[in-house]
Design a protein around this ligand. Structure first.
Ligand SMILES: Nc1nc2c(ncn2[C@@H]2O[C@H](COP(=O)(O)OP(=O)(O)O)[C@@H](O)[C@H]2O)c(=O)[nH]1
Ligand SMILES: [Mg+2]
Length: 238
């Protein structure tokens, strides 16, 4: 039987310490048994620590973002390149060892269920390793998730998770303009607006390898503003 194409998208900014660990743990065989042919795409925001060279060594396709740095910009560039491919689904996860590549299989089983457009890995319903998420981020994520569900009406338990599986249909429908870490919140809002069906799977969240780039208070405010703005302005203007 002909396998369907799936892209595993890893956003990176100086992730040389985490990337090898993540790529080497991807369960290619299990993903293939689910009927998918995998390719790995790294979208890089301007690493200077050897991430790009390592990505090439690990046989990843590399997108160097050209619109400036920021996870949001990177994912948007990668999504538009994905739409030019024939792949039918996309997995995205951080390249820092916080999400478990072994759990990709659990998520992609769900995307194959009828009418499911998006599967997100929920850390809040799953297992957070001690020290993996600060108390401030835990509380902030709960508050932002509550705000998002209150305003947009579609239930999720973990707004800021970085572990998603998206159908081609979902990526095609989402109109986005985020620059940085507010991208997941915008993806949620766009999904809710388009009536896309989101399912959640409990996942593990481990301590990251290397240094975090998220500065929690300023990013938290940006995420809240994005969730509020997208309630009233349904499509991005710029
Ligand atoms: N493409 C791209 N990826 C980025 C950029 N900034 C951060 N990332 C990646 O986005 C993911 C999440 O960032 P991280 O620092 O782990 O944030 P945290 O998990 O919220 O603490 C990681 O894989 C980063 O390497 C960027 O400007 N461009
Ligand atoms: Mg991370």
């Amino acid at each position: 039987m002909k396998q369907r194409g799936i892209t595993i998208l890893l956003p990176t900014l100086d992730e040389a310490r985490g990337l090898r660990n993540v790529v080497e743990r991807i369960p290619f065989k299990d993903i293939a048994s689910e009927g998918w042919d995998t390719r790995i795409v790294v979208v890089d925001g301007g690493s200077t620590d050897g991430t790009i060279e390592l990505a090439a060594e690990l046989n990843c396709e590399i997108i160097r973002q050209h619109s400036g740095s920021g996870k949001g910009r990177g994912l948007r560039e990668a999504f538009s390149i994905f739409m030019n491919s024939n792949d039918l689904a996309l997995v995205m996860m951080d390249a820092d060892g916080t999400y478990r590549p072994e759990e990709i299989t659990t998520l992609i089983k769900k995307i194959d269920e009828d009418d499911v457009d998006i599967v997100i890995g929920s850390r809040m319903k799953g297992w957070i390793e001690s020290g993996a998420m600060s108390r401030r981020n835990w509380i902030g994520n709960h508050m932002l998730t509550w705000l998002a569900v209150f305003l947009h009406g579609t239930y999720v338990s973990d707004l800021c998770t970085g572990f998603w599986v998206l159908s081609r249909n979902a990526i095609e429908k989402m109109e986005l303009n985020s620059i940085g870490f507010e991208i997941e919140a915008e993806m949620y809002a766009a999904a809710a607006h388009n009536g896309l069906v989101i399912r959640e799977v409990p996942i593990h969240y481990d301590r990251r390898i290397g240094d975090s780039k998220l500065g929690s208070i300023a990013d938290g405010i940006r995420i809240a503003m994005k969730v509020i703005r997208r309630r009233f302005v349904r499509k991005p203007i710029s």
